[in-house]
Design a protein around this ligand. Structure first.
Ligand SMILES: Nc1ncnc2c1ncn2[C@@H]1O[C@H](COP(=O)(O)OP(=O)(O)OP(=O)(O)O)[C@@H](O)[C@H]1O
Ligand SMILES: [Mg+2]
Length: 558
């Protein structure tokens, strides 16, 4: 129930108002002085205050100001006679809801009180609404500020991460180029600047093909295309380019797709390094290995040459002696001729000649001399053959592929390595005589074959050496298989144990004692056949029975 405080110093007015309002259903309290009214206001929750202005103790205006200041929810109505204008103004200034002029009509009071309640409710709602609104604004502002703080923190973290990524990227010692999906350059590091002599600012946003770089662009273009298509990392080796010192250099490039979204064209991350020096070192290493192999063979070759040289020498010495003997005999014949011309006493001379011919074993000389000449010539042709094969075997400076007769090359290699195998194995060849010429770098292929033959010999000698007696067998077969030339080298050696099969092509993997092997042989074979010739290599092996190495070299250079 709504509570009203009525204040008036005239008791009859109080009574009339109280009755009137209580009849309307309001609960009323009354006070006849300002002092009493203030006390009641302090102890009760009133909703409406009806007061006279002219009071005996304090002014009604003061009373009006008191709730306006302390109890803002109390509505104010003045019930008074019309006062002077300044009093009216003061009364209005505190925010009156109504002014009932004495003497009043009851209806006037009812209407005024009723309106006051409505206005009070509106104002309270309004105030509540406003304070709600303010609270909301405050809360939102606080939330916003918290978000802002978080954002600032995140931004700082992001900046830090960015800086870290930047410093990691700038620590990469390779050329690093980023291309977006339109092939435009979005990253160009310091090494790229130094390698190609192009400043970052001058290339950013440009298409890579528009940059002034002297390199094998067609090959790179193809690789970019393929990398986009397959969405896989791709490696390009030995891409020629012009170095800043004007010399020709080689780049090893890896192209990696960058996915910014799932479906679009991927960007490309280019990582490139100058591998010129590495290639030179590899070349030198290969050359050193070859020299070592030839060094190893040299003793054998010397030995091979020694035998024919020995009997060529023996035969020449014999021919020399024989010739001086014959010369002596010829002198006697000459004397005989002169005697015959002068007189007829020749019988004495004939006897002398016959004796000498007997003494010199002329008949044997006549038979032996042609044989000695023949043997000497055969020896010389063997020396010539070995020298020729050795020369052809090494091909020291040939770096390019040329079409070669593989069968002939294998024959040479077998000849050169004869001393390596002849005590341990027989070599049987089964060559396809219709084999077309095969594009090869001859020196390198020969070296690969010799490495395989030496391995076969070693594996046979491991068995033969164990006292089984006799020799092993190495079979070398060639044939044309599709668009490949296949060379099979089979040995009847010890075989390769299962657990080593994955490792034999590793550089420096060896099961041999120091001095017999360094573990480079098959690594070089692999490099020569697979990397340099685009070929294939595999093997089949059975422990205790032997091993076959299968090599395939493409017949067409691609
Ligand atoms: N034909 C073979 N039969 C049995 N084992 C083999 C044969 N070929 C290679 N191997 C094994 O593979 C290993 C590696 O061979 P690889 O030719 O690379 O090195 P290596 O012969 O030990 O030394 P290098 O060839 O450098 O003098 C050998 O040590 C050997 O154990
Ligand atoms: Mg070897």
């Amino acid at each position: 129930m709504s509570r009203i405080l009525i204040v008036d110093d005239e008791k009859p007015v109080l009574r009339v108002l109280r009755r009137l309002l209580e009849e309307e259903g309001y609960r009323c309290s009354v006070a006849s002085s300002v002092h009493q009214a203030k006390n009641l206001l302090a102890k009760n929750n009133f909703e409406l205050l009806l007061t006279d202005i002219i009071m005996p103790d304090e002014s009604g205006i003061d009373l009006l100001r008191h709730p306006a200041r302390n109890y803002p929810d109390v509505g104010l109505i003045v019930v008074s006679i019309v006062g002077d204008e300044s009093v009216m103004q003061d009364a209005l200034d505190v925010g009156l809801y109504g002014y009932i002029v004495k003497p009043f009509e009851p209806n006037q009071v009812r209407v005024c009180v009723e309106n006051a309640f409505r206005r009070r409710k509106l104002e309270i709602d309004n105030r509540r609404y406003r304070s709600n609104l303010e609270k909301q604004v405050e809360e939102r502002t606080a939330a916003l500020q918290a978000n802002l703080a978080k954002l600032t923190e995140t931004e700082a973290k992001l900046r830090k991460t960015n800086q870290e990524i930047e410093s990691i990227i700038s620590a990469i010692s390779s050329v690093l180029i980023g291309l977006n999906s339109d092939d435009k350059i979005i990253h160009w590091n310091k090494v790229a600047e130094e390698t190609f002599g192009l400043e970052e600012d001058s290339v950013m946003g440009k298409v890579l093909s528009d940059c002034d770089i002297s390199w094998e662009w067609e090959e790179i273009k193809k690789a970019i295309h393929k990398c986009r298509e397959t969405r896989e990392t791709l490696r390009l080796d030995d891409v020629a380019y012009q170095r800043m010192d004007g010399k020709k250099g080689l780049l090893g490039i890896s192209l990696n797709p960058i996915f910014t979204d799932n479906n679009g064209n991927p960007g490309i991350l280019f990582l490139a390094a100058d591998i010129t020096e590495r290639r030179i070192l590899e070349e030198q290493l290969a050359q050193a290995q070859k020299l070592e192999a030839i060094g190893q063979l040299a003793a054998g070759i010397a030995h091979e040459i020694n035998t024919p040289t020995q009997y060529v020498g023996d035969n020449l010495r014999f021919l020399g002696d024989a010739f001086s003997d014959i010369l002596e005999l010829m002198k006697k014949y000459e004397e005989l001729l002169q005697r015959v011309k002068k007189d007829n006493s020749v019988s004495e001379k004939i006897n002398e000649i016959e004796e000498l011919a007997d003494e010199l074993d002329f008949q044997t000389l006549i038979e032996e001399i042609p044989k000695a000449i023949e043997e000497g010539l055969e020896g010389i042709s063997r020396v010539t053959e070995i020298v020729r094969a050795t020369k052809e075997f090494s091909h020291p400076n040939m770096k390019e592929k040329v079409p070669i007769d593989i069968n002939h090359a294998l024959e040479n290699t077998i000849t050169v390595a004869r001393n390596e195998w002849k005590y341990v194995a027989e070599i049987e060849t089964d060559f396809d005589t219709d084999l077309p010429l095969v594009p090869c770098i001859p020196g390198e292929i020969n070296q690969a074959i010799i490495n395989l033959i030496v391995n076969a010999v070693h594996s046979i000698s491991d068995i033969v050496g164990e006292g089984s007696g006799g020799k092993g067998k190495i079979t070398i077969r060639t044939s044309k298989v599709g668009q490949w030339c296949e060379i099979v080298i089979r040995d009847t050696g010890c075989g390769i144990p299962e657990e080593l099969r994955d490792r034999i092509f590793e550089p420096f993997f060896t099961t041999k004692e120091v001095g017999r092997g360094t573990g480079q042989g098959l690594a070089i074979v692999h490099r020569v056949i697979v990397e340099k010739h685009g070929g294939r290599i595999h093997f089949e092996s059975e422990v205790g029975k032997g091993t076959s190495f299968f090599i395939k070299i493409p017949l067409e250079v691609n």
